[in-house]
Write a protein that binds this ligand. Structure first.
Ligand code: SF4
Length: 380
């Protein structure tokens, strides 16, 4: 079967960041390709990228919503005028052909009135990375002088929220943190959606596990699930849980971190290089590189690359252990970079396999108990 066309495009409009988070796959997990990138994507490169996207969606008659995400590094380092120029280009060229969801992922430390105007005028929905209250966020999210980024991020989140452009929060889990404290903190931000992300590790670089507990991350999620199910901040969407629930009932997945749904994502680096998924940088040895550039290659050239096609192969791409696993349809082998064992091989279970099984079992059990109770109430 031919690979599906891409419908989600990440543009790395900045290759530098004003923060130096220790878990960042861009700078601190062994890949140093950012050093050879221009600091910002030029308007010429952005124009070329948009024309390539247009060529691609026309060739494949894509009319459903396409997502274009402005990423970095820190995309707001590019400045309000440059963000505005790129955003206008994207909307003007692509919107006549397909609906466009324009997003940005930011640390929110550089939000200012000009940037807020650009975000609002160009309908850019901003997701912000923050890991919890200051003492949790400060465990990893420091600047280049080892200073806390918390106050600037917190103030930026409030401004984005007040301007109506804040779409969600991404929090990377520190397994030693108190999950309910993190959950309650995120609730104070009054954001409709959050995701609690597993930090990027693989079989060559194992996650931190207090007392060697192979289910430590699954156990971190569990109290949040229990509290949320019991009504605590029940207005908040928690993407990781929503994904599991959707998969359990056979609905379409929401993101590529779990499940077997085809991934249709392509990354364009600041110099126009095309990449598989950028988080493959966490594997540390250039696994994200496709040796293609939008300057001289169409996006269709990516569809033939194994790292793109394999993520659309459903269960066919799984290792024997995942194929035999009762959680296979829900987990799908976990997030692709977390399966890495070196030598270009991704045919292993996720390094978070036991954690994932723990939380899926918990959610599945709770749903089964609730359905049984509901049936009994109907019968009585
Ligand atoms: S990673 Fe683990 S839980 Fe997920 S499908 Fe594979 S064996 Fe099952």
């Amino acid at each position: 079967m031919s690979p599906l066309p891409a419908n989600e495009f990440i543009l790395k409009i900045a290759s530098r960041c004003n923060l130096n988070c220790d878990y960042c796959y861009e700078y601190n997990l062994g890949d140093d390709s950012w050093r050879r990138q221009p600091a910002f994507m030029s308007l010429d490169t952005a124009m070329k990228a948009v024309e390539r996207i247009l060529e691609h969606i026309r060739a494949h008659a894509v009319t459903d919503t396409i997502v274009v995400s402005l990423h970095g590094g820190e995309p707001m380092l590019a400045g309000a005028a440059h963000v505005s120029a790129i955003a206008k280009l994207i909307r003007e060229r692509l919107e006549p052909h397909a609906p466009v969801e324009l997003t940005m992922q930011s640390n929110a430390t550089l939000v200012d009135p000009d940037m807020l105007t650009v975000l609002r005028d160009n309908r850019i929905a901003v997701g912000v990375s923050v890991d919890g209250p200051s003492h949790v966020n400060d465990l990893h999210r420091l600047d280049h002088a080892n200073r806390s980024s918390f106050d600037a991020t917190y103030s930026g989140i409030r401004d984005l929220r007040d301007a109506g452009v804040l779409s969600g929060i991404l929090s990377v889990i520190d397994v030693t943190s108190d999950p309910l404290e993190v959950f309650d903190f995120v609730a104070t931000l009054e954001v409709p959606q959050v995701d609690f992300l597993l930090p990027h590790h693989n079989w060559l670089r194992l996650p931190r596990r207090p007392n060697g507990d192979l289910r430590a991350y699954g156990k971190w999620y569990a109290p949040i699930w229990e509290a949320w199910l019991g009504g605590r901040h029940s207005w908040m969407r928690i993407r990781y849980f929503e994904q599991i629930i959707r998969a359990l009932v056979g609905a379409q997945g929401l993101f590529e971190g779990l499940g077997l749904a085809a991934v249709q994502l392509i990354v364009v680096a600041a110099d126009g290089s095309l990449e598989g998924v950028d988080t493959l940088k966490s594997c540390g040895d250039g696994q994200q590189k496709l040796h293609l550039s939008i300057i001289d290659a169409p996006i269709d050239a990516v569809l033939e690359k194994n790292v793109y096609a394999i993520r659309q192969a459903g269960a066919d791409q799984l290792c024997d252990q995942c194929l035999a696993c009762p959680y296979r349809e829900v987990c799908g082998g976990g997030y692709f970079p977390h399966r890495y064992r070196g030598g270009g091989l991704f045919n292993s279970p996720s390094v978070y396999c036991d954690d994932i099984q723990h939380i899926i079992a918990r959610i599945r059990g709770d749903i089964a108990t609730r359905s049984m109770k509901a049936e009994l109430e109907v019968d009585s």
